[in-house]
Design a protein around this ligand. Sequence first.
Ligand code: DC
Length: 227
Amino acid sequence: MDRIISVAIDGPAAAGKSTVAKKVASILNFTYIDTGAMYRAFTNAVIKKGYDPKNEALSCSLIPGMDIELKEDGRVLCNGEDVTKVIREPLVSGNVSYIASYKGIRLALVEMQRKMAASKSVVMDGRDIGTYVLPNANVKIYQIASVETRAVRRYEENLAKGIPTTLEEVAEDVRKRDYIDSHREFAPLKPAVDSVLIDTSYMSVNQAVDAVLKVIHDKTGLEIPCH
Ligand code: DC
């Protein structure tokens, strides 16, 4: 049987983690796990129920029975409903950091994430993967980029997806999420001590992918397929 390898990619909002992680997973034939999508799906469920995401008790009341599935084709299902598109909308992006700061919700989602990584090789992206979810991950990357670069990237992504936002709104959202994500009490955003820092501010997607693949090769000895 092939050896199971786990790759953790953490970093702030819109640093290009998911684009890079998806490509790396596809090149290595690993499963890609987007943990941010799980916090987003939970946030959407809270909003849909008519609850205020700033209300911890009401938000946490949805934990029992919450079922979030990440499909191999990239679809996100929440209690059977396809929420792939709606979880990227500004209403969800603007509220997800509150939901991600609640310990009860984090514990429930972390349990799901650990189960997903237990039996197969994964590339998992998030904020606390190397520090908390998979502390024994074979490879830990901390991917960053400047606020300006991240805002432009997220703005262009939204444009392509037909999601109406302005560059100023996106930059504000990125700053706000950076603050809340790195100041929360439980499992805040921070680099793991044994992580490798990759700054993608001046890198193309392919350069960032190659940088991550090199770290994986150096740390695990895994032969990287031609791509
Ligand atoms: O990566 P993203 O922008 O889709 O993440 C959405 C939010 O979820 C982000 O503001 C922080 C939170 N998050 C987290 O706290 N822990 C993770 N492992 C992944 C995301």
